[in-house]
Write a protein that binds this ligand. Structure first.
Ligand SMILES: *[C@@H]1O[C@H](CO)[C@@H](O)[C@H](O)[C@H]1NC(C)=O
Ligand SMILES: *[C@@H]1O[C@H](CO)[C@@H](O)[C@H](O)[C@H]1NC(C)=O
Ligand SMILES: *[C@@H]1O[C@H](CO)[C@@H](O)[C@H](O)[C@H]1NC(C)=O
Length: 348
């Protein structure tokens, strides 16, 4: 229809123009024609664009609607993880855990007996053997599965610690905690663990009790947390992580001078909703989110800390916090990439 309009206009112009004798009328008509055809053209272009967009949207809507219908139809039958479609019903399990099974004899039926277990995952090098030993011994074996990520490739030298046998050892040379976590802590594998401690190795735990820590975190609804750092003995990089005496936990910090001020109205990290990547503790549901946020090529996780709020399962000013009552010492020892880290922080 629109197309007709412009064609007709053009043909009238062609026919009529030679017949007109008065030049004034002619130029007037001419202007009119131009204006009219401009309008026509604009309308034409506009309507095609709109029509196309609308059509696209309709198609998309239709497609997603059919997909959704199909999905829900299929899900009504049985909604299965991709790749398991050909397996008989009932044999597909979506999650696993890090439980070791005996070679012989009855298999532990953890489904019926499982206590709420948590996971301690540490990136370790043999040089920090003694510190790691003290750290692991703080975590009762009945409540925690221990996983060691060996970034120096040394595994055998850990064997003479009694807890070493029940730990899961993963070794890959010169890889960071985040590299290991992305590859070996898939949310479906660690789905049974209530809380995941993803810690560095250079932490002193004399004043830290994991179960007391967890009862605070649970009681106060922290999905992402860290123990506070002893400000006297620790290398404190961020004031929000420093321990406050006579406090159970805190969620924000105050800074009234200089740049980057923080007050009670601040809503963004690092004033509030922020923990450091050295000793984070994630709830199961927060970890599922964080795991997805860890990009495949993430190495040191600088910057990830600022984004953790996305995984707080709601208000990050409430669900992210630092626990003062159970605190640790950041020893600041040279560990994997420590030289690099200093260089980078000097630059920034
Ligand atoms: C482990 O072995 C090292 C050297 O072989 C020894 O010095 C250390 O005391 C042993 N530790 C334990 C807990 O057995
Ligand atoms: C690991 O890193 C160290 C120190 O940067 C380096 O000397 C060594 O060659 C690296 N090893 C591998 C296998 O990349
Ligand atoms: C915080 O917000 C309240 C209410 O808007 C205001 O009265 C108060 O002065 C603010 N505090 C600061 C430190 O800006």
């Amino acid at each position: 229809m629109v197309l007709h309009c412009s064609i007709r206009l053009q043909s009238t112009r062609r026919k009529k123009v030679p017949m007109l004798s008065d030049s004034k009328t002619r130029s007037c008509l001419y202007t009119l024609f131009i204006v009219a055809s401009l309008f026509c053209g604009a309308y034409f272009i506009n309507s095609t664009v709109i029509a196309k967009e609308y059509k696209d949207r309709l198609i998309r809507l239709g497609a997603s609607e059919t997909m959704r219908n199909k999905d829900s139809m299929r899900c009504k039958d049985d909604c299965r993880p991709s790749g398991s479609e050909h397996l008989p019903k009932g044999i597909v399990v979506e999650t696993s855990n890090l439980e070791m099974q005996p070679l012989w004899g009855p298999i532990k039926n953890y489904k019926n007996t499982t206590p709420a277990m948590n996971l301690l995952a540490l990136a370790v090098g043999i040089k920090q053997k003694e510190i790691v030993n003290r750290l692991v011994q703080k975590f009762p074996s009945k409540d925690f599965v221990v996983m060691l990520f060996h970034y120096d490739g040394v595994v055998d030298d850990w064997k003479n610690f009694t807890w070493s046998e029940r730990a899961i050892h993963v070794s890959a040379v010169n890889q960071t905690k985040w590299w290991f976590a992305k590859r070996f802590l898939h949310p479906d594998i660690v789905a049974e663990y209530g809380y995941i401690f993803l810690w560095d190795e250079d932490l002193g735990v004399e004043n830290f009790d994991p179960n007391r820590y967890l009862s605070i975190v649970q009681g106060d609804g922290l999905e992402i947390s860290q123990p506070a750092l002893d400000p006297v003995k620790s290398a404190v990089h961020q004031p929000i992580t420093a321990r406050r005496k006579r406090s159970k936990l805190h969620r924000r910090m105050y800074k009234f001078k200089g740049s980057g001020r923080c007050d009670e109205n601040s809503t963004a990290p690092p004033c509030v909703g922020w923990v450091e990547m050295m000793a984070p503790v994630f709830s199961r549901i927060a970890w599922r989110c964080v795991w997805h946020m860890i990009q495949n090529d993430l190495i040191h996780a600088w910057g990830l800390d600022m984004l953790l709020g996305y995984c707080a399962q709601g208000d990050r000013t409430q669900k992210v916090g630092v626990v003062d009552a159970e605190y640790i010492v950041h020893l600041g020892l040279p560990t994997l990439g420590a030289g690099l880290k200093n260089q980078a922080s000097a630059q920034s």
